[in-house]
Ligand binder design. Structure first.
Ligand code: G2I
Length: 481
């Protein structure tokens, strides 16, 4: 399906035309056959995929390949969705477990399932500071840069012609009020790492749309949103090959659906990129959850260049935030109120996607707000008086966790650091990034790697790890040296 689309649409402009326009332009037998396959996979107006397709959009879900043997799961998948994203199987740790040795088996299974069922595929994610294979931990500078670009090239080449859109770079901006890049091993190879990745991806798969993807970029007035906006504007001005921006849209009470979400989508689209909702989930239940889901759907439909919506899992029990029941189907696979709200919103319709090539080089007409948007002030507290402090945030799901640790240097700055914490017995670290771990369970000490050895007075750096079982709790000990 995508092979056909990619072959029939050589330019970025052609790639963003709706399917009907492409069919009209390229009336080849293969294209007609592919279109029929999609059209018969669901009945119009009664499933998410068919209703989205009527609006020139797709409706997708993240898929965990090991659930393709679950008949309830696959039944819903095949009935409702016409786009899939690999939840984990195309990430760096999965695809390149040893340097320059690639394993595409799980990702290929998903692509095969998608192709057999008339679905398209979003690629996720070529470069991310998380879920890197262990071997990247010993690389920095030009050696890491070379490994990064090789990874992008090899993976995008393997899937060439099969991917609708790639998340080329995921989550490269800092949270908080700086609007700056996140400090990561990737960032430390030089500020141009993102554009280098996009150029490599374009060279490897000229038919895929190339996206930048992030979270907490939904609220137009947030500094992080502005940081990403400025990067995309700069990329468009300088001809860096970027086609789309992904808004993950993980909403909960701490980060709710913002009323200016449509403004955000519109302002990014005005830069000359497509926008996509890439990892939607909304914690909650009942009518309030349904209302937010309906609003998100209407916002996408109101923006011509919003290509489609992907939810981050099928049933609540499939979610990385299962306890927040954030998805469209309950644990038994029944449709929730939120499902009906999305379907109704899709069937109400919206602004059709552009039928002529959208401008690719028009400079932005809108500028970001000049007044100070952040609702909270940047930290004004002085650096800690000790050598350093460490705090962490954790995503815990049944059976596993990801923890991110932030180190703040004291007034003397750091030239080397260690952070110690305890991994509960029965739990184990499986992967660490931006630090070297002394072990996998019990008392574990994390030491800086080369690039983040030095931290200026009051400055911060981050590392993280993922594991099985229960995440560490309590306050980590931070020391210099
Ligand atoms: O954290 C939510 C998402 C944020 N944006 C990028 C996405 O790629 C990310 O997805 C989540 C997956 O949903 C989780 O499935 O990324 C997590 C890792 O950061 C995924 O966690 C994985 C663990 O890494 C595995 O060890 C574990 O076996 O979940 C697996 C079990 O579901």
């Amino acid at each position: 399906m995508d092979k056909v689309l990619a072959r029939g649409s050589g330019s970025a402009a052609a790639r963003s035309r709706p399917r009907t326009a492409v069919v009209a332009m390229v009336a080849g037998a293969a294209m007609v056959a592919a279109t029929i396959a999609v059209a018969t996979s669901a009945s119009a107006g009664t499933t998410l995929g068919a209703s989205a397709a009527e609006q020139g959009r797709y409706f997708g879900t993240a898929v965990a390949v090991n659930k393709l043997s679950d008949s309830t799961y696959v039944g819903i998948l095949n009935r409702e969705f016409n786009m899939v994203t690999a939840e984990n199987e195309m990430k760096w740790d999965a695809t390149e477990p040893s340097r320059n040795q690639f394993n595409f088996s799980a990702g290929d299974r998903l692509v095969a399932h998608a192709q057999a069922n008339g679905m398209r595929v979003r690629g996720h994610a070529l470069l991310w500071h998380q879920q890197q294979p262990g071997w990247t931990g010993s690389l920095s500078g030009s050696a890491l840069r070379e490994a990064m670009i090789n990874h992008v090239t090899q993976v995008a080449t393997h899937y060439r012609g099969k991917i609708h859109s790639w998340d080329v770079v995921n989550e490269a901006f800092d949270d908080g009020n700086s609007g700056a890049r996140r400090n990561s091993n990737l960032q430390q190879t030089g500020n141009d790492w993102i554009e280098a990745a996009f150029r490599a991806a374009r060279a490897a798969d000229p038919g895929a749309k190339l996206c930048y993807n992030d979270y907490n970029t939904d609220n137009w007035s947030w500094a992080k949103t502005q940081g990403v906006y400025n990067m995309v504007r700069d990329f468009k001005a300088r001809g860096v090959p970027i086609d789309c921006v992904g808004f993950q849209s993980h909403f909960n009470s701490g980060s709710p659906y913002p009323s200016n979400y449509r403004t955000t989508l519109q302002n990014f689209a005005a830069l000359g990129v497509d926008v996509q909702i890439t990892e939607l989930d909304i914690e909650g239940s009942g009518s309030s959850q349904a209302t937010s889901y309906g609003n998100v759907t209407r916002d996408c439909l109101a923006v011509a260049r919003c290509n489609g919506i992907t939810v981050w899992g099928i049933r609540d029990t499939d979610s990385w935030r299962a306890s927040g029941t954030p998805l469209l189907f309950d644990g038994s696979g029944n449709k929730k109120q939120a499902y009906t709200a999305v379907l109704n919103a899709l069937n109400e319709g919206g602004t059709p996607p552009p039928t002529t090539a959208p401008p690719t080089s028009t400079p932005p007409t809108s500028t970001p707000p000049t007044s100070t948007p952040p609702t909270s002030e940047p930290p004004t507290t002085p650096p800690p008086t000790g050598a350093c402090t460490a705090t962490f945030t954790t995503n815990q799901w049944p059976g596993g966790f990801v923890t991110n640790v932030r180190i703040t240097a004291g007034s003397s700055g750091l030239n080397g650091w260690t952070v110690s914490l305890t991994v509960p017995s029965g739990s184990a670290i499986t992967n660490t990034w931006s630090a070297q771990a002394s072990g996998t369970t019990g008392a574990v000490t994390f030491r800086n790697v080369d690039y983040n050895r030095q931290v200026g007075a009051g400055g911060t750096t981050e590392f993280g790890f993922q594991g099985t079982g229960t995440a560490p709790s309590g306050t980590p000990a931070c020391a210099a040296g």
